[in-house]
Design a protein around this ligand. Structure first.
Ligand SMILES: Cc1cc2nc3c(=O)[nH]c(=O)nc-3n(C[C@H](O)[C@H](O)[C@H](O)COP(=O)(O)O)c2cc1C
Length: 491
């Protein structure tokens, strides 16, 4: 049991020691994308090739972000942090990787580290990505609490409960400038302050893991790759606003995320990291999972709350906002998965550290899922303020098959398409809005010269029409009328 901060420090030191012991670690990407691309036979072949080698540890990890090169494998020397990443690995490559992974076996399959991320969060000059949210995704076994503890898991909660007043936690969030990553970009600290100011002892924390935008898979990767980070952040939020119960609303279409969340909750409860009297502070907090049935509208926070209550998922007018009157009519903070995943790092490293990353109006990083006609489909985390050009041509490798770029769709079905003339714009919440699109949750769908923009509009409108809950006339009737106009044009 981890009942005090010193228990956690001891367990973390032991876990780090166990983690460093093998001279080589081979990380195998077992997120949904890796599994779909055939990582399981690669894992089996690596295990066979390394049988009897106590100096080699093989770890199953979450998504590394390299969806374009799955199955992917990273070989790391724990003592020095040196590593080589391989993409498109087959079971036949296993023996070579085990024999000479770090010396550059399979040179053709190596993925440049500059594409990927630095060893530490302190960015290396050649690193294009900066990983805060995805710090442990693709680095640790998400089903192992030991691996999580070896990578600073649950340290931020221990720090907060070890003497940081709730008001100071909220102030840290406000000073960090963190804005909600679920789409709206509302300041997280401000939302927490509203909820904390409400009277009463019954309050709730909800993690919005509904992720309904077409082409978006950021939240799924976080839940599959680092579930404990989200649980820890929810407990911190609970302490800050005076809530003792959290709910994760996760779509049932994410079975691996559901499985790993369930396991992480059980592990945390068994160790006393969730439940009563956390770290001997007298603070109680527990988390329940609620499965969504995959309705886009249930990602909207008021519809989500109704769905958790067992009612039909339809939005209601705001105000009152959930922070005042939410789940069971009690003050409720609803935050997105990615928002939560930032929080332990902000607590550990401070608001000033976070503010140095990104832009003045949108500090920090943003995770994007790159999809469509882009060469390197995958998951990236970049500092806010990077240009679309750097993302699409630099990290994304440009357009597939040498075709020309036409547009990139951001912001989900309510977002917009950005064309070539705006590729040089540094992106954050405000610049994307000024371009007539929006950040949304982070799906980026890239289109080439062969894509018809009317068809694209028709696709998104069709999605909105199908997913309309039918409550309000402009959406129920209007989207159908717009669809008829577009059908007329395309016919
Ligand atoms: C139609 C609609 C769908 C939404 N879907 C999601 C979603 O899937 N995930 C999410 O986090 N936020 C979604 N939102 C935003 C939520 O209502 C809410 O603002 C968000 O969860 C708050 O968290 P944040 O402050 O951390 O961004 C959606 C909003 C609308 C209007």
């Amino acid at each position: 049991m981890i009942s005090t901060a010193s228990d956690l420090a001891r367990r973390a030191a032991e876990a780090r020691d166990r983690h460093r012991r093998p001279s080589l670690r081979i990380l195998v990407s077992l997120g949904t994308c890796g599994i779909a691309a055939g990582t399981a036979p690669v894992l089996a072949a690596l295990r066979e090739a390394a049988a009897g080698r106590s100096d080699i540890a093989i770890d199953e990890v979450g998504c590394m972000g390299l969806c374009h090169s799955e199955p992917s494998v990273e070989v790391i020397e724990p003592a020095t942090g040196r590593s080589v990443i391989y993409g498109n690995v087959t079971p036949k490559d296993a023996a070579e990787i085990v024999a000479g992974g770090l010396t550059g076996a399979l040179p053709a399959k190596q993925i440049p580290r500059s594409w990927y991320y630095p060893e530490t969060e302190a960015a290396r000059p050649d690193a294009r990505q900066a990983r805060i949210v995805l710090r442990n995704c693709g680095r640790i076994d998400p089903e192992s609490l030991d691996a999580c503890l070896a990578h600073d898991g649950w340290q931020a909660l221990a720090q907060v409960l070890g003497g940081m007043p709730a008001a100071q936690v909220i102030k840290t969030m406000e000073e960090s400038g963190l804005r909600g990553r679920g789409g709206g970009g509302f300041p997280t600290g401000k939302k927490w302050a509203f909820a904390a100011a409400q009277p009463g002892s019954e309050k709730y924390i909800i993690c919005n893991a509904d992720e309904g935008d077409p082409g978006a898979f950021m939240d799924r990767a976080v839940l599959e790759g680092d579930p404990h980070a989200v649980l820890e952040a929810m407990a911190i939020a609970g302490y800050a606003i005076g809530a003792h119960q959290g709910v994760i609303y996760v779509r049932a279409e994410y079975p691996l995320a559901c499985k790993r969340l369930t396991l992480a909750i059980e592990q945390a409860r068994a160790e006393g990291l969730l439940g009563r009297n956390l770290f001997g502070s007298g603070f109680d907090f527990d988390i329940a999972l609620k499965y969504g049935a995959g309705a886009f509208v249930c990602g909207e926070e008021t519809a989500l709350i109704r769905s958790v209550e067992g009612r039909r998922g339809m939005p209601v007018y705001k105000p009152p906002f959930p922070a005042v009157k939410g789940l069971w009519e009690k003050p409720t903070v609803v935050n997105n998965v990615e928002t939560f995943a930032n929080i332990p790092a902000i607590i550990r490293k401070g608001a000033a550290w976070f503010r140095q990353i990104g832009t003045a109006g949108s500090p920090g990083t943003k995770v994007f899922s790159l999809t469509g006609k882009i060469s390197k489909v995958g998951l990236i985390e970049i500092p806010m303020g990077m240009t679309l050009e750097e993302i699409i041509t630099g990290l994304g490798g440009g357009i597939r098959n040498g075709r020309k770029f036409k547009a990139v769709q951001t912001g989900g079905p309510s977002g917009g398409c950005i064309t070539a003339k705006s590729l040089g714009t540094p992106i954050d919440y405000d610049t994307l809005k000024a371009l007539g699109s929006m950040m949304g949750s982070g799906g980026m769908i890239v289109m080439d010269e062969d894509d018809c923009m009317v068809d694209v509009a028709k696709f998104f409108l069709g999605f909105t029409m199908d997913e309309s809950c039918g409550k309000c006339t402009p959406c129920r009737v209007g989207s159908r009328q717009l669809q008829l106009i577009l059908e007329g044009i395309t016919r």
